[in-house]
Ligand binder design. Structure first.
Ligand code: MG
Length: 177
């Protein structure tokens, strides 16, 4: 996978390492190429939190998704998971991992483990939301899970669920009076 992130030295960053702003832009681009918009993730956030906060707006959900994607732990998780999906799609992983990732083997489970790197940031509400989304496959998560035709979304569906779960947990924490 080619990652067109300019490498530059920035104060406080490791030499040659992209800034979190550059990584955020790359993550957004990467998600879009895999069929996921931030708006689609925000729709999931709204669906999860609307019963608790009837005045919740799509703009607030979108802002929360963006804030989650600003976190380096989240950016790293998305870059890693999407890279593995893409490598599997192109047949570039070695066996037996290739077949395991390609078939989204239900006993593999590391797609969920990687997603925990995202949900952990917002504590137990994030984890509970993730469990719910993983089971109910709301919105874009269900579409990714069902999509066939050579596309591999073994990691992506869990990462998107985790970002939505974290963004929803963030709203829950922020709105507590
Ligand atoms: Mg999965």
């Amino acid at each position: 996978m080619s990652v067109p992130v300019p490498m530059r030295d920035v104060a406080g960053e490791a030499p040659g390492y992209p800034t979190s702003v550059e990584l955020r832009a790359e993550v957004e681009r990467l998600l879009r190429t895999r069929g996921v918009t931030l708006e689609a993730i925000a729709d999931v956030v709204c669906a999860v939190q609307a019963p608790y906060f009837p005045d919740l707006t799509p703009a607030e959900c979108l802002l929360s998704v963006g804030t989650v994607l600003d976190k380096r732990e989240v950016q790293h998780a998305v870059l890693t998971g999407v890279a593995l999906d893409t490598l599997a799609e192109r047949g570039l992983l070695d066996e037996p991992l290739l077949s395991i990732v390609r078939s989204d083997d239900s006993l593999y489970g590391l797609d969920e483990v990687l997603a925990l790197a995202v949900t952990n940031i917002y504590g137990s509400i994030g984890l509970t939301n993730f469990g719910y989304l993983d089971k109910e496959k709301v919105g874009i998560i269900g579409r990714l899970n069902r999509s066939k035709g050579g596309q591999v979304h073994t990691f992506l569906d869990d990462l998107v669920a985790a970002v939505a779960a974290a963004a929803a947990a963030r709203i829950a924490h922020q709105r507590r009076p």
